[in-house]
Write a protein that binds this ligand. Structure first.
Ligand code: GDP
Length: 484
């Protein structure tokens, strides 16, 4: 009996393999790409696809290194209702104009179909393998909305106004508007609009603070996607009393209804239709900006990482019902823009992110997913240089600063190249709050200059792939095992 079952199982496996390999049911891997705004999602996705499609240098990506990658090409995406990631426009910007592409502001998708030779002798007998890699790019701000699903309007008001009280200068306009508002007065659209505007302006100011890196929910107020201007996005917190009900027809009742509509029409569908369907996830993190911002910015980053990790916690998506029994299998946190530091610092950058993720993870029981960290530059805009002065050798980076960038009073024109010492990263961050607070702002600082994307090599008029740092390692972790 036991033997029979094993034979049956074996037959079924073989049948699946044959089916998949002859292309009847090519397997699909859905990879989510996220991170807060400006963390590098657009650049990452464009560079990843460009390197795959153009056979870039990917020595750490096993199917490439072992010569098993037959082809990778763009294919029509499976979900008709999701905008397509404008890959061609982004690559044109990077390769031809040498400018950074326009950043992610909403969800977008792209499918790459990969044909490969299996590394396994048995599987090779069925011909080349095929994998549809569905890449889903979405703003990390949307993940920060998850806690709202279990918060009533009154509780959210208390939390949001508590946050605003911690930022009195940025929230000044909002507080003036709230002071002049009576929550139980009759609902008027003009009042709702004015308050929503003041609230959005405050969230934007909190986010723009280079020393704070704040990302406060609701995430769509800063990244509205296609719902900009709809009533579900026209609400604000009010100073409402606890344990009381909103009177019918009041501004309070109107705001409460819209807050609930925001959850029903924006937050829930996103988690249900997109997030819960992902197999793997890469979370991009601009660690260098947070280091430059000092202890406060690092504190905010820790909080944001905890909120992101909370989305992967067992049972957190229970509000979606029994539909969600799939789990994300692998999560990679990647520190982006590693080309802003010398290669001697790449391991340090990785270690710092590892430390931040470990701290954030301590409170979040991540549901069986493997979690790893990496430092990378999806598009390398600088190169390594050494400068010898007075018999001493200095490690530097060289690149073309963007037009208008300045350093020590010099303004760059977008053409001239410069070599500079980016500064050294610490081996690790002090983890106790007291030592963190003692650190002066900018004490970890590395260069804040922004560089133009580098010139792409061409061979016989064929564009070669975009240069990168450790993009292949990320690819191996996220996809490599599915191309075995
Ligand atoms: P998104 O908002 O997450 O989509 O962020 P983007 O991908 O648009 O990146 C924001 C900015 O970060 C870009 O305009 C670049 O200036 C910079 N950037 C992103 N990735 C890299 C990288 O790999 N190297 C360098 N040097 N800069 C990068």
């Amino acid at each position: 009996m036991e033997r029979l079952r094993r034979i049956e199982d074996g037959a079924r496996l073989a049948a699946v393999s044959v089916g998949e390999r002859v292309g009847v049911v090519a397997p699909t891997l859905r990879l989510g790409v996220t991170g807060l705004s400006r963390s590098g999602k657009t650049v990452f996705l464009a560079a990843l696809v460009h390197n795959l499609v153009h056979g870039g240098r990917l020595p750490m990506f096993a199917p490439y290194a072992e010569g098993r990658l037959a082809s990778a090409r763009l294919a029509p995406q499976p979900d008709d209702e999701v905008p397509r990631f404008p890959y061609e426009d982004h690559v044109r910007a990077l390769v031809e104009e040498r400018v950074w592409p326009a950043s992610t502001r909403r969800i977008a998708q792209l499918r790459v179909t990969i044909e490969y030779e299996s590394a396994r002798l048995f599987a090779r007998r069925f011909g080349p393998g095929r994998l549809h890699l569905d890449l889903v790019d979405y703003p990390g701000e949307w993940l920060l909305d998850l806690p709202l699903m279990t918060l009533s309007y009154a509780s959210w008001c208390r939390e949001a106004l508590g946050e605003a009280a911690r930022r009195p200068r940025k929230a000044a306009e909002l507080r003036t508007a709230l002071a002049a508002t009576d929550p139980v007065a009759s609902a008027r659209e003009a009042d709702a609009l004015a308050l929503a505007d003041a609230f959005t302006a405050y969230l934007r100011a909190a986010r723009a603070d280079p020393n704070a890196l704040a990302a406060l929910p609701p995430g769509r107020f800063l990244m509205p996607g296609d719902m900009e201007g709809s009533p579900a996005l026209t609400f604000a917190p009010l100073d409402v009393p606890a344990h009381k009900e909103a009177p019918a027809g009041s501004l309070w009742a109107m705001m409460e209804r819209r807050y609930e509509a925001y959850k029903t029409h924006l937050v829930r569908p996103f988690f249900h239709d997109h997030f819960a369907r992902l197999d793997r996830q890469i979370v991009l993190v601009d660690v260098l900006s947070a280091l430059n911002g000092g202890p406060r910015a690092l504190g905010e980053l820790r909080r944001a990482l905890s909120s992101v990790l909370a989305c992967f916690r067992t049972g957190r998506l229970s509000f979606l019902g029994s539909l969600v029994d799939r789990r994300i299998e692998r999560i990679l946190f990647a520190a982006t823009k590693a080309d802003h530091v010398h290669q001697r610092d790449h391991d340090r950058l990785e270690a710092i992110l590892g430390q931040l993720v470990a701290e954030a993870r301590a409170g979040a029981m991540v549901s069986g997913a493997q979690v790893d960290v990496a430092a990378m530059a999806a598009v390398r805009a600088t190169r390594e240089a050494t400068v010898t002065r007075g018999g001493e050798t200095w490690h530097a980076i060289a690149g073309t600063p963007l037009a208008g960038e300045r350093i020590d009073g010099r303004v760059f024109d977008g053409e001239a190249e410069v070599g500079l010492f980016p500064g050294d990263l610490p081996d690790e961050l002090p983890s106790d709050p007291a030592s963190q607070a003692e650190l002066a702002e900018g004490s970890y600082g590395v260069t804040t200059l922004r560089f133009r994307p580098g010139r792409i090599e061409r061979a016989n008029d064929v564009v070669l792939s975009l240069p990168h740092i450790r993009l292949d390692r990320a690819l191996q972790y996220l996809v490599g095992d599915r191309l075995q």
